[in-house]
Design a protein around this ligand. Sequence first.
Ligand SMILES: [Fe+2]
Ligand SMILES: [Fe+2]
Length: 296
Amino acid sequence: MSNFLSAYSIQSWLESCPQGYLMDTEYGHQPGEKEPDFNLDNEMMREDALRTTTQLVLGERCALAASSGLINCAPDYESKHFLATQTLDEARHVEIFTQRMYDLGVKKDDLESTLKHFGNPNLVKFAEVLLEKVDKKDFIAGVVGQNIVLEGMAFSVFEMLKAVNENSNPKFAHVLAGTIADERRHVGFGENRIGSLITEHPERKPEIEQMQKDMTYHMLATFAEAFSDRESTYEEARKVTGANEGEGVVWHGANLTELEPKDMEGVLADTVLKEFKTRLGRIGLEYQSPARPRAA
Ligand SMILES: [Fe+2]
Ligand SMILES: [Fe+2]
């Protein structure tokens, strides 16, 4: 376990994260960077930015509850140390995305009602499946649900958002870059720690695979809702950011500046599911395919 120890210790977290890529950042971005004017002056764009950021806050709140909850049921101190660093990472993610809500003009007193207004109900169900395992102090299921499923999803969503915002919103792209670096570490822990536990407890496989199937269902429903009726918003975004005039942003073989919302949903879902299959395979689980939900 010595490699595991050094890669996921508090010491390496300190060196690579707060003393590394987060050095001199302010709420995850470079000091002085601001939201572009179109996100503040154009109501359609502002609402779209608030809707997106709301899902990030809700997802990160779930990760904070899960990572902190898992500390007390972790079977060894190396895992507890890592989960303590992850807990601080997740609290930071909640804070920086909440700060973005404020930067977009939400008043502190209106934060919770705004999150409720824009929150995707399918994402809430997704979180509930995971937090139920954490509440039962089920370490193996909790780590698979959090570090493989939730964070595998978050990782791809953040990467896609970063690609879309790279040219038009450097502030948000920088916030996402630091978050992606954190998530990469979290996903790595999940794969490295949980494989051996699953080998020791093969009897847990069916229940864990069922959880993965349920979470995947709610995730696909989240995507279906997030990408439905977005055509006019996409058109507006391409107009105000001048995305049509540039060379476009290619992500996983698709030009994101040209795709319709439904195709964007397809690219994201395919990317996440492919990642799930690979990562679950590495820890000895078989990906379970849920029904494909459609937006109501
Ligand atoms: Fe996170
Ligand atoms: Fe994370």
